[in-house]
Design a protein around this ligand. Structure first.
Ligand code: VAH
Length: 332
């Protein structure tokens, strides 16, 4: 019997056939394993691109297919081969890499999304394509950012995320495609390193701490951003996709929040357990300009009201778990 978390037994977990696009990325590598625990390994197809092949348990625990989100015909073939009814589309360039490759970011993020939505429309799939706090800009209210507010991001990452939200809503309203999404904060994981994001410092700092190295922080003191531990993020995605659709007023994309901190706060949270830990600052101009354009903290009332969202990790709980898991990992 596959492990179904207590919270998910509230709904009848219909057997699903799921495709994860980007299954070996920072979110995908863990979300694929979580979905296989819930729905059974053979019901979750790990989509990947050449050069980012699944390895180890991810490879051995279920089917895998080369799945380039910009190849609509390949996507169609995979959905037919496995009778896919749910697509988690995690294909994207993160904010810093996207700023350096804006056309590629758009091609993957939006041309790719259109392929996913067209396959979903013709195949009857539900779709989860995450947005981000990066979908907000400098004119957005920074404190307790509302679910519905002005979104004028100044990054191609943010522009592509606003477009993702609007396109996903369009396919729901025009064609009835069951699209749902959240706006992820910065995600912190002990499994897969992030790849080129503005919030990566909040992962890198833990690696410096367990290696006994001084951390050189690229984000200026006092720069607040929403952050979330990966276990909470994965649970949010699954619980939203399992939520009762009759309760959903919003769809793409729900604000979700867990903690908001600036670099000195995560540094102090680590020093509580590693008193010798040191940090200095070397501010990265690009990362800092992106970080200051994002909100400080989101209001996630709608997610809590419409599908019972609730975080389980705060900064101290995440820090304890990250230090413990990274030490095990680095000792192995
Ligand atoms: C990034 N980690 O920094 C991603 C994320 C909200 C941050 O979108 O680009």
């Amino acid at each position: 019997m596959s492990h179904i978390p207590q919270r998910l037994t509230n709904y009848s977990i219909q057997m699903k056939n799921i495709l994860i696009i980007g299954s070996t990325g920072q979110i995908g590598s863990e979300l694929t394993m979580k979905l296989r625990q819930i729905y059974g390994g053979q019901h979750v197809v790990a989509g990947y691109i050449p050069g980012a092949e699944p390895k180890g348990e991810l490879l051995e625990s279920g089917p895998a297919e080369i799945c380039d989100v910009t190849d609509g015909e390949a996507l169609q073939r995979i959905c037919e081969k496995y009778s896919i009814d749910t697509i988690y589309n995690l294909a994207a360039l993160l904010s810093v890499v996207a700023e350096r490759k804006p056309l590629l970011a758009w091609k993957i993020g939006i041309d790719g999304l259109l392929n996913v939505l067209e396959v979903a429309r013709t195949h009857g799939c539900a779709v989860f394509t995450p947005s981000s706090i990066g979908s907000f800009g400098p004119e957005t209210p920074a404190q307790l950012t509302p679910q519905d507010t002005v979104q004028r991001p100044r990054t191609i990452y943010g522009v592509s995320k606003v477009t993702t939200e609007l396109l996903s809503d369009y396919y729901f309203h025009k064609y009835g495609v069951d699209t749902r999404a959240v706006r992820f904060p910065g995600l912190i994981s002990n499994v897969t390193l992030p790849g080129g994001g503005t919030t990566d410092y909040a992962v890198d700092i833990y690696y410096s701490a367990v290696r006994g190295e001084r951390f050189v922080c690229p984000i200026a003191a006092g720069t607040y951003m929403d952050m979330m531990y990966m276990p909470d993020a994965l649970r949010a995605a699954v619980e939203l996709m399992e939520a009762n659709p009759d309760r959903l007023i919003h769809r793409n994309a729900f604000n979700i929040a867990a903690m908001s901190f600036e670099p000195n706060q995560i540094f102090e949270a680590i020093r509580k357990y590693r008193p010798q830990f040191e940090m200095t600052f070397e501010v990265d101009p690009l990362k800092q300009s992106i970080a200051t354009s994002w909100p400080d903290c989101l209001d996630d009332t709608c997610a809590r009201q419409e599908w019972d969202w609730k975080p389980e990790y705060d900064l101290d709980a995440m820090t304890r778990d990250m230090l413990e898991k990274l030490e095990q990992k680095l000792r192995a």
